[in-house]
Design a protein around this ligand. Structure first.
Ligand SMILES: Cc1cc2nc3c(=O)[nH]c(=O)nc-3n(C[C@H](O)[C@H](O)[C@H](O)COP(=O)(O)OP(=O)(O)OC[C@H]3O[C@@H](n4cnc5c(N)ncnc54)[C@H](O)[C@@H]3O)c2cc1C
Length: 194
């Protein structure tokens, strides 16, 4: 749940509006003010963020860190918003998206190694790995989140008893399918209705 303001440092901070102004002054063009966040989530409900930052370069993170330190505002990293319910009252803090920085992936069908940025959509990677004859990540095709959000939320396969990744019995494209080395987990935990 993304909602009420919080002081993450425990130190006295300026009032929210002063803190927002201080952060906005440091962030400059990086920040948008009073942005609806609910529409950026799967459920499309909820209020606005005082500040919204789309990180496009690594240097932006240093500016962001400075703004957070000076203002004391809480920060929320937004993925695809599929595990997020935004309060109607909104969020008096900084919502950060890294989509522009981390939306690339590489698939080596020969080795089965997959490298994916945090913002890559799980269904996209599931389809792309399957299309290259890699197996083990198909379960993610119906999960409307991202790699980073999945990691942060400890996303797991919805299967009641996840099986071990299957071993390749041949080269991709011939008789076998290689297990994808992506973020598939073999956790015994369950997700969703049993
Ligand atoms: C219809 C539906 C089906 C689902 N099925 C499954 C399922 O089968 N298995 C399962 O485990 N979950 C499932 N989920 C839950 C959800 O999709 C996963 O938790 C998902 O992977 C969250 O990713 P997201 O990008 O949407 O993250 P968000 O909802 O945006 O964020 C979730 C958390 O991750 C953090 N986060 C997001 N991106 C980053 C990043 N780049 N760096 C650091 N932290 C980040 C956020 O701050 C937040 O704490 C389902 C949800 C829906 C709506």
């Amino acid at each position: 749940m993304l909602g009420a303001p919080a002081d993450r440092t425990g130190n006295p901070t300026a009032s929210p509006s002063e803190a927002v102004r201080a952060a906005a002054a440091i962030l400059g063009d990086l920040a948008q003010i009073d942005v609806p966040i609910g529409p950026l989530t799967t459920y499309r409900v909820g209020g606005r963020a005082a500040l919204f930052v789309q990180v496009g370069r690594l240097d932006d993170l240093a500016v962001l860190a400075n703004a957070v330190q000076v203002s004391g505002l809480p920060v929320h990293v937004l993925g695809r918003g599929s595990n997020l319910l935004v309060a109607d009252a909104g969020f008096e803090g900084i919502v950060v998206s890294t989509t522009a920085l981390t939306d690339r992936f590489e698939i080596d069908a020969h080795s089965g190694i997959v490298r994916a940025g945090a913002s890559v959509a799980l269904p996209v990677l599931a389809r792309q790995t399957a299309a290259r004859a890699l197996t083990g990540f198909e379960w993610a095709v119906g999960v409307p989140g991202s790699i980073g959000g999945g990691q942060a939320s400890a996303a797991i396969c919805p299967a009641a008893t996840p099986s071990r990744p299957r071993r390749s019995s041949g080269s991709p494209g011939s008789s076998g399918r290689r297990p994808a080395g992506a973020a598939a987990r073999s956790s015994p935990r369950r997700y969703g209705p049993r």
